[in-house]
Every structure is written in C-alpha cells, then in structure tokens.
Design a protein around this ligand. Structure first.
Ligand code: AMP
Length: 413
C-alpha cells in the first residue's frame, strides 16, 4: 500500500505507519525523526527531550518493529517509568501503536492488585512498562523472567533521580541480560544521570531536540503578582475567561490541592483533583473527566501530575511558584504538547519572588508581569471562620452532591 507517510521514510513497517495515521499523527516530531532510525539500527540512545515532544512513540515504534518480527511468548522489552500515571499512559500509547501487531504490554505499578500484573508477567507479556518499586516486588516474588529482555527504556530518568529511585533502577538493570539495547530519555541531564548512562549503556547516540532547561517554545508565560490571600479569588477570576478551556492548576501540597479544588468548585467551575493520597481509581476517574472535558479544571500536585498526558490543555496555572526551576519546566510542559500552543500562568506572592527569579534565570529571560485592571488587589483577607463553624466542618463545608463531579455550566469555545 502506498501511504506516502513521512513515517514510512523513517523505515517503519506499514502496520506501524497505519497505526500512527490512525492516531492522527501527520508527521514525526523532531525527536521521532532522530531517534527512530537510531533505535532501528540497534543503537543505544540518550535522548534529551521535553514532555510533549513525542518521545514515547519515538521509542515505542522502533521497539514494536523489532519485536513484531520475532516469536512471542517471553518478555522482550522493559520500560521503567517514574510514576504510575506515566506507566499507565505509556502502556496505553503502546496499545494504540501496536494495533496492527500481536504485541501486547502490561503496566505494572503500585496501588492496585498484584494478581493481574502477576498473571501477565508470568505469561511472558511482550512489553512490561513498570514503576521501579512495584517491579522489584514482583521480582522478589519471582514473577518475572527477564532473561529474554532485549531492550530497556529508562523514561524521564531525571524524575526517577528526583524521586530517589536510582538505587532501585540499578538493582533492576543488574538483573537484566548484559547483551541488550538501552534507551534513556530525560528532560534534563544532571550529572547523576550522565553517570548512570555511562555505566549501563554502550556508546550511546546522543539526541537533543531542544536545549535542556527550556520548555517547548510555543508556550506564552505570564506572571500575576498577587498577595497570598487573594490567590484563589484571582484564580477563579482567570478561570472565568473565555479562553480557559482546559486548565491544569498546580499546587504545592496535597492539602492545598483539596482546598483549592473545593474553592474552585464553590465558584462554579467543574473541577477534579489528583494527588498522592488519592487512590489509583480516584486518580483515573479524575483524569478521565479532565480528558473528556467534563471537568474544565484539574488541580494537581507535582508528583501526581508527572506524566499526565492530555492533549489540548490550554493553560497551566501555577497557584504556587515551584521551588525548583525544573519543576516549573515540567509543569508548563503539560501545555503546548506536541507542538501546539499553550499558556503558562504563575500566581506569585511577594514571598515567592526569589523562587520566581530562580525560574527566570533557568529560562534565560524574565517573564512579563500582568495585572488585571478590574481585580481588587487591596481586598482584605477573609475573616477566619468562627470557632464552632471550624469545629463542625474541620475540612471545610460539606460537599453537597459530588462537588468535584459537576458539569460544565456552559460549553466554552
Ligand atoms: P509524549 O511526549 O510522548 O508524551 O507525547 C505527547 C503527545 O503527543 C501525546 O499525546 C502523543 O499522542 C502526541 N504525539 C506523539 N507523536 C506525535 C506526532 N508525530 N504527531 C502528533 N502528535 C503526536
């Protein structure tokens, strides 16, 4: 079949070309253009790539091509991901890309039952996408046989480092065949990751699609200076804007995520929230509602939001300024995915100015300050709730019927 797809000229099998066309990808992204031929040539690859660059397909497509030509029956590729969300998303990307093949994958992460994962692992599923901790549990129970693993992928390696997973990663790598292909992807390349790559890879090809420490170019950054006590009121004012169609709001802590989500709901916006204390099924429901557009707003903490893959996020709002510049870059990378346009808004209180300056330094430029002409920046802090009120509702007022399940009041276009 003549497809004339630019994916074909990368050397991909027609079944995979049809799959990417089915997903609506018209042309490979820069990381895909560079990584796919290198991975197909069995090279080790270190890719410095932002979230949203298309790196998942950049490693999955050539892996699929390699595996589809072989007999099934044993695990032949392992992808390590820092979070369960990313593992689940990578497995779902695999499902989409593997449509025309017989390759199957399983996502292996904590917070859900071991049994279905154990079953797939013992059956020798072709591709395992796993978070390190849960995978080590399965390895300890001898549920896995990795003797047939030919390809290892370390995805978002810098985040694994941030989360303290490198010792686990090393233990897993030690249990794999030495004769294998290793691919490592990371948004930034701190020295620890450089050292890891030197110790587990052979003459890797280096691919960098945009300079490290830079978010995708098509994001518009804006800073809104505001006193702390007016952040929620400024947030809800901004959410009322016509263009705020699908908004990811970042906060520093789980408790703040609960509080901000409650206040946003009280202001009438359909909102969901994800953070580390929510169960896997709660997170999945929240994400599904955000993806489908049922929830205009998703409030999230950094770790929980890692790996969120939602096309068409129009705005990322930093309710709190992240303390580390790379977190800012990861956060805002959630908008403008796959070369679309997006906007990153940061609410900054006077106490947070030093953190913001650190971010501007990392970006290599200052971010424009915006003040809203009609917003009352002088409004006093709200009175503290009377004692008996606070005692009656220690976590805020009752939630009524499903406060975070509301519908969008009117379609926003
Ligand atoms: P990733 O950086 O792998 O998380 O991918 C970001 C998003 O871009 C995902 O939603 C992919 O489905 C999408 N994507 C990946 N490759 C392409 C492509 N070549 N064209 C359009 N969208 C893509």
């Amino acid at each position: 079949m003549q497809t004339n797809s630019p994916f074909e000229s990368l050397g991909l099998d027609p079944a995979l070309v049809r799959a990417v066309q089915g997903l609506g990808y018209e042309a490979p992204t820069p990381i895909q253009r560079e990584a796919i031929p290198a991975v197909l040539a069995s090279k080790d690859v270190v890719g410095t790539a932002q979230t949203g660059s298309g790196k998942t397909a950049a490693f999955l497509l050539p892996i699929l091509q390699r595996l589809m030509k072989q007999p099934a029956g044993r695990t032949r590729a392992l992808v390590l991901s820092p979070t369960r969300e990313l593992a689940a998303q990578t497995e779902s990307a695999l499902r989409g890309l593997a449509k025309g093949t017989r390759i199957r994958g399983v996502a292996v992460y904590g917070g859900v039952g071991m049994a279905p994962q154990e079953h797939a692992l013992r059956a020798g599923v072709d591709v395992v996408v796993a978070t390190p901790g849960r995978l080590l549990d399965h390895m300890g129970r001898r549920n896995v046989d990795f003797r047939g693993v030919q390809v290892l992928v370390l995805d978002e390696a810098d985040r694994m480092l941030d989360m303290g997973f490198l010792p686990d990663v090393r233990r897993i790598v030690d249990a794999l065949p030495k004769e294998r292909q290793t691919l490592l992807f990371s948004a930034t390349m701190p020295p620890e990751i450089e050292a890891l790559s030197r110790s587990i890879m052979r003459h890797p090809v280096r691919i960098s699609v945009s300079p490290p420490h830079r978010p995708p170019a098509k994001i518009r950054h804006e800073v809104y200076p505001v006193p702390s006590h007016l952040k929620t009121s400024l947030l809800t004012t901004l959410l009322g804007r016509e263009d705020m169609m699908s908004v990811l709001v970042f906060v520093r802590t789980k408790r703040r995520a609960d509080r901000v989500a409650r206040q946003v709901a009280q202001a009438g916006f359909p909102v969901a929230r994800i953070h580390g204390d929510r169960s896997q099924s709660q997170r999945e429901t929240a994400l599904a509602g955000f993806r489908s557009g049922e929830h205009q707003v998703l409030v999230a903490t950094d770790v929980a939001a890692r790996g969120i893959d939602v096309l068409g996020i129009s705005h990322v709002i930093n309710y709190d300024v992240p303390g580390i510049p790379t977190d800012y870059i990861h956060r805002v990378g959630r908008t403008a995915r796959a070369e679309a346009e997006g906007e990153a808004v940061t609410l900054v209180s006077p106490e947070e100015e030093p953190d913001l300056r650190g971010i501007e330094k990392a970006l290599g430029r200052s971010i424009p300050r915006v003040t809203l002409p009609d917003f009352d920046y002088r409004a006093p802090p709200p009175p503290k709730p009377a004692r008996h009120e606070a005692a009656r509702h220690p976590r805020g007022p009752p939630r009524g019927r499903g406060w975070d399940r509301g519908r969008r009041p009117s379609p926003r276009r």
